[in-house]
Design a protein around this ligand. Sequence first.
Ligand code: SF4
Length: 300
Amino acid sequence: MLPGHIGMRRRLHEGPFANVKLASGCDRRCTFCAIPSFRGSFVSRRPTDILNEVRWLVDQGVLEINLVSENSTSYGKDLGDLRLLESLLPEIADTGLERVRVAYLQPAEMRPDLIRVIGATVGVAPYFDLSFQHASAAVLRRMRRFGSAQDFLSLLEQIRAVNPRAGVRSNFIIGFPGETAADFQILLDFLEQAQLDAVGLFTYSPEEGTEAAGFTDEVDPQEMALRFDTASTLVEELMSQRAEDRIGETVRVITVIGRNQFQGPEDGGTRLTTPADAEVVVARVVASEGADLVAEMTHV
Ligand code: SF4
């Protein structure tokens, strides 16, 4: 039984990893997204409920917790404290788990204190799951999002000033209505400069009921497929390069899930050169295989 008044939670999967919900809904209105129409406004869970759930999971043997929501940077705004994530993360990190990770950070809502807490708190994974979606300011505006390639590069600079080894993942939509060849080139140039550890690419497809579904300047499907192939080839190369750059680094690997602190659940993994008995080991990265790392245990 889970303590507090959040009711019962039965774990669907045993193992050292669990998602914990931070909030539900979204107050943003990205033109391609239907989520706000069916999930409603952003509602944060109370910090005490989240902490109780985390403590219960830690008692069940969970080592890594992934905090999920539609937009984790907004956590606390409906509770009157927009900096609640900055205070909650260290408390979660203090519950005895190996690490807590935050999913779905909005680039436009990132702030220096949050970068510091995620980048430099023991027990918080120095990992930034930033949903950029594009890098061309014109396309971003049509998506009703903010920023530009320059803004995003300077955000990455701020993150790496706090922790040069921080992991960064992002998703991008290729072929959003109105995306010109020049916009696409801006995206490719950005990807080359951003040195992201993990990248998810998607071709645009309209979702019923969204504003963008009414946009008429669609990108020709063949052109979209071509752009997707070009971006995918580039991203594969860049992710391999980024993994190669990590050779020589020391990482903490949760052995059952084969993941270190810089890698998220959907990213490349870390394979140990020899099997380990311990749940968490310290290891040195000795090779890379595409986006995956190979590491040699140094100690438990
Ligand atoms: S893409 Fe994310 S931030 Fe934008 S409306 Fe959808 S859930 Fe909200």
